[in-house]
Design a protein around this ligand. Sequence first.
Ligand code: GDP
Ligand code: MG
Length: 299
Amino acid sequence: MKMNKTRSGFVAIVGRPNVGKSTLLNAILNEKIAITSPKPQTTRHKISGILTKDDYQIVFVDTPGMHKGKDLLNKRIDKLAVSTLRDVDSIIFVVDRIKGKAEEHIINYFKNVNCPVYLVINKIDLLKSKAEIDEVIISYLGSYDFEGYYPISAANNENINYLLNDIVNSLEEGPFYYPTTAKTDKSDEFIMAEFIREKILLYTEEEVPHAVAVVIESIDYNKEYKTLDVSAIIIVERPSQKKILIGKNGEKMKKIGTEARLDINNKFDIKTHLSLWVKVKKDWRNRPTELTKYGYHEE
Ligand code: GDP
Ligand code: MG
């Protein structure tokens, strides 16, 4: 039997918070595995999305946005993004504006890695003309020897194929690292907890989104009704945040629960019952054991 050679590679997706990295990952995979929101610092974990076609497999690594944070949670997150760069075969650098200080800060990291960097200009749907797109591209010329420039709209799935083609063409011979059916390296629990956190990000303001962690307590399959019974705990830092989350007559919590449940139904293709509980854990973002307990490990 003749075996065809397979090709594979790891690709990091990096950039400032909120430029659309997770949106791009979902668009490439054609499935929602990473949550997105208009708020910065939505992504807290490194999450891999796996694209497998007949003879190749690409592992895209969505990183939390690179920025300088103050608390221990943010320090762990930033370290994670930087260490990822050393372990990949190529890098997608996502921007959504003319080069500024924050972008330069990230470009400086590329000087220590030895792999192609694709510059992706996202959100071109918000730009008015080709001249505006060119203006953004020109601002990056000369700052680094980029592999190519790709104006795209991740949200509208526009032009992503050009980027993907070039990445596929650059793949070298290598094994499949994941089963061909795998879409992500994360567990079902992780994805469910993230769907819940996404709705919290969507429906709360100011300090609340960042003070929240979600832990799935149990997932049980109900044989009689053929449903999934999921129970989750939402951790906040202060009683006042708990009050905001629950909302008047529990309305906010209900809305969060309903929408998260629909996402879970969709992704796992099964009817779900979701119970949410809110718990206060003072200053958890600065407590190493609590951080680890909620899945924010030191790497
Ligand atoms: P990340 O922090 O880099 O992972 O950014 P997200 O993927 O969470 O996206 C941040 C925000 O930008 C979300 O509100 C997205 O809907 C929005 N966004 C992402 N891509 C596009 C795009 O192509 N066009 C527009 N208009 N918005 C986008
Ligand atoms: Mg993200």
